[in-house]
Ligand binder design. Sequence first.
Ligand SMILES: NC(=O)c1ccc[n+]([C@@H]2O[C@H](COP(=O)([O-])OP(=O)(O)OC[C@H]3O[C@@H](n4cnc5c(N)ncnc54)[C@H](O)[C@@H]3O)[C@@H](O)[C@H]2O)c1
Length: 310
Amino acid sequence: MKDKRIVVTGGLGFIGSNLVEGLVEDNEVIIIDDLSSGKLENIEHLKMENLNLIKGNITELNLKKIFKDVDYVFHEAALISVPESVENPLIYNEINVKGTLQLLIAARDAGVKKVVFASSSAVYGDNKSLPISEDASLRPLSPYAVNKATGEMYCQVFTENYDLPTVSLRYFNVFGSRQDPNSAYAAVIPNFISAILKGEKPVIYGDGEQSRDFIPVKQVVKANIQACQSNETGVFNIALGKSTTINQLWDIIKEFMGTDVEPVYMEPRPGDVRHSLADVSRAKSIGFKPKSDFKEDLGETVEWFTSKFK
Ligand SMILES: NC(=O)c1ccc[n+]([C@@H]2O[C@H](COP(=O)([O-])OP(=O)(O)OC[C@H]3O[C@@H](n4cnc5c(N)ncnc54)[C@H](O)[C@@H]3O)[C@@H](O)[C@H]2O)c1
């Protein structure tokens, strides 16, 4: 992608800042972010001439004005904690559903060429037909998952009713640089790495035999750009299509970091899905062929966190 004018909402966050990094060399990028979980340091290393930052809440800004002459919108901004969404469903609805709807209306009215929406494998809930394909029934188990399913449906409805091309990408478990290990809801990989760096014992919920389909953030960036450039619309799983148990993950990280610390096993968390694995065949149509040496990518992530910790 080259010489385009692009908006990335949530561009100061983990995935958003990696996406901005992948776009800013050859395009003009406008970030919209309210800094609720995003950080300015996530974009400090980037070429600033091509980059504009609009600080504010997507539900309060005049998005139509911002989207004037914008080619593409990548919508990453969201509240992302499942347990917090159970506590505060109304706030989650306000930002994740109403915010997405307002964004779609503004994109339609401003003549944006395509919107790429960050959805989540959470929409499948405990659906056990694995590997799971996009045609499987949705069983959201939390307000967060309902928000993402609703966001996808609004995207689809805007494509059908108003000719606004949209794509929803159902990310599975994303990992990589700039993922926040200090959040109360940190994902398992930054949690493990930061526990070792702090000399603490990492916690594994349940017996550790639950499995996930992890995907490096660099591949998610690639999928976003491919989805935007393709003529396809609709929903796509974005994952490697490989299953890794939490115990296996721990063994790899432990080896990389040269530690013999043993994890603490605690009660499984309510609502945690036992296994998650994507069927990634549909994403071929947007040009996405998951390619990763999981261990190598994990090693890079460990190095990144270790260098930050010093
Ligand atoms: N990390 C994962 O494994 C994963 C998996 C599935 C889906 N997703 C989705 O990917 C997207 C990015 O997630 P992430 O992990 O980078 O999270 P993140 O919290 O690092 O990034 C979200 C960004 O959105 C910003 N934001 C939140 N509310 C906002 C608002 N009202 N207005 C403007 N900005 C706002 C935050 O400040 C932050 O910079 C989210 O939509 C999330 O639901 C992430």
